[in-house]
Design a protein around this ligand. Structure first.
Ligand SMILES: *Cc1c(COP(=O)(O)O)cnc(C)c1O
Length: 459
């Protein structure tokens, strides 16, 4: 195996490489962990540590690491046609094949695809599309998009504005005008005194209140992740989505499902909308479409919007150099073939997803775990100082203590990657995990919780 001079790499890293969402100075002090290799559900760092990647990279390596089939498909495509654009009445074969394949896998009515290079660009595209749609329909005042606090829709100016991350909005004068936010369906944090079902209805009805406040004749669309990912794996109560759907229909508002995480098997179906019974007009995708092997994103456009854009639209003045990039499309096609042959969405729905749910719920007997839940192959748990009779009686740690980061460090030391969102620890494992892999992951998580507790008790 290759030898790496970790210190030298870390030095060059902090001298030249500005990382995403990173306190650069803080990172310089500690030095980044250097990841050098991946195989299956594991990654290796430059010191030779083998780590179980329970986050699938960044919610994207759904088919696992080391898929030579994808590498071969990319290599073949690069030798044949590494790039050509789709701007001026030209196309390429992998892009046509992928658009066709995606329309077959998508829920009924999604016949058309607009390709981008990332999830953020796809949500920028959504903003352009929904405003264009209403302009073409003759409602030029319908330009407002409603989103939710603590949503994540990406990091470009439009996508960060659509998102509801306070820390992002605090930098650079965001959100841009024309984007409004409502409450998130976070029962654990905000559902005090209400059943999950009652709270779900109430959180959804905030959409109706907001539409009335703005005026339905000004609202273009509502955008949401079926299950919030980066916000901390917030699984909405079962009453939430049907009520959102009812309100969108009542006021004739377009519904955008941001499936960048929930798509491609993560929730036990090709699309999370299917798993949760949502009927959107537009679907954002990225991440899992290529299992992260090559950057790619896009928007699946449903019948209602697609007909208008195509039949009445004239030129749509929007697109990217890398829209429909042949190499990215070749990677996606091979990745989807693997997922289909190995029946990964069904495996998550019927076999490993239910097992993860059962095993993850058992963590609730740990003294640090105040609440644990999962859906398909996303799961999260809240670290608490003391447990109450109900989740709403739990006592939280002081935020300044950053218990989540302490716990995350123990996870790494015990060879498992878990992400901390405040004091909520989350996972989104590769979909190829077997039940034995889940057992191994849970053993490492439990050990890390014990180590975190021991550290807290020493203080
Ligand atoms: C990651 C993510 C995005 C942004 O995708 P990028 O490829 O990082 O631009 C958008 N929406 C959701 C739900 C995401 O998780």
């Amino acid at each position: 195996m290759d030898q790496f001079d970790t210190r030298a790499i870390q030095h060059l890293d902090s001298a030249h490489y500005l990382h995403p969402f990173t306190d650069f100075k803080d990172l310089r002090g500690r030095g980044a962990r250097v990841i050098v290799r991946g195989e299956g559900i594991y990654i290796w760092d430059s010191e030779g540590n083998k780590i179980l990647d329970a986050m699938s990279g960044l919610w994207c390596v759904n088919a696992g690491y080391g898929r030579t089939r994808i590498a071969d498909a990319v290599y073949r495509q690069m030798q044949t046609l590494p790039f050509y654009n789709s701007f001026f009445n030209t196309t390429n074969v992998p892009a046509v094949q992928l658009a066709t394949r995606l329309s077959q896998l998508a829920p009924p009515g999604f016949e058309r695809v607009f390709f981008t290079g990332s999830g953020s660009e796809a949500n920028d595209t959504n903003l352009r599309i929904v405003r264009r749609y209403w302009d073409l329909m003759g409602y030029t005042g319908r330009h407002v998009v409603i989103s939710r606090h603590n949503a994540y829709h990406g990091s470009t100016v439009a996508a960060a504005s659509l998102g509801g991350m306070a820390g992002m909005h605090a930098q650079g004068g965001l959100p841009i005008p024309g984007i409004e936010h409502i409450v998130q369906p976070n029962w654990y944090e905000s559902g005090q005194g209400l059943s999950e079902e009652e709270f779900g209805l109430q959180a959804a009805q905030a959409l109706e209140t907001k539409i009335r406040e703005i005026g339905a004749d000004k609202v273009a669309a509502f955008i949401a992740e079926p299950i919030q990912g980066a916000g901390g794996v917030i699984i909405p109560p079962s009453t939430y989505w049907p009520e959102i759907q009812r309100i969108c229909r009542k006021y004739d508002i377009l519904l955008i499902a941001d499936e960048v995480i929930s798509g491609f098997g993560r929730l036990g179906a090709w699309f999370g909308s299917t798993a949760l019974g949502i009927e959107p007009d537009l679907i954002t995708f990225a991440k899992g479409v290529t299992s992260g092997y090559v950057p790619m994103g896009g928007v699946l456009v449903g019948q209602r919007v697609g007909e208008v854009l195509v039949e009445q639209g004239g030129e749509f003045a929007h697109g990217f150099t890398y829209s429909g990039h042949p190499v990215a499309c070749a990677a996606a096609l091979e990745n989807l073939a693997i997922m289909e042959e190995e029946k990964l969405p069904a495996q998550v729905a019927n076999d490993t997803g239910p097992y993860l749910k059962e095993r993850f719920a058992q963590l609730q007997d740990h003294p640090l775990v105040g609440y644990a839940n999962s859906f398909g192959f996303v799961a999260g748990l809240n670290l608490v100082q003391a447990k109450g009779r109900t989740p709403h009686d739990n006592r939280s740690f002081a935020p300044a203590r950053q218990v989540g980061m302490t716990c995350r460090a123990h996870m790494f030391n015990n060879g498992v990657v878990m992400r901390a969102v405040g004091d909520r620890m989350i996972v989104a494992p590769p979909l190829i995990m077997t039940k034995a892999d889940i057992d191994e992951m849970l053993a490492r998580i439990r050990q890390s919780l014990d180590d975190t507790l021991a550290e807290l008790q020493k203080e």
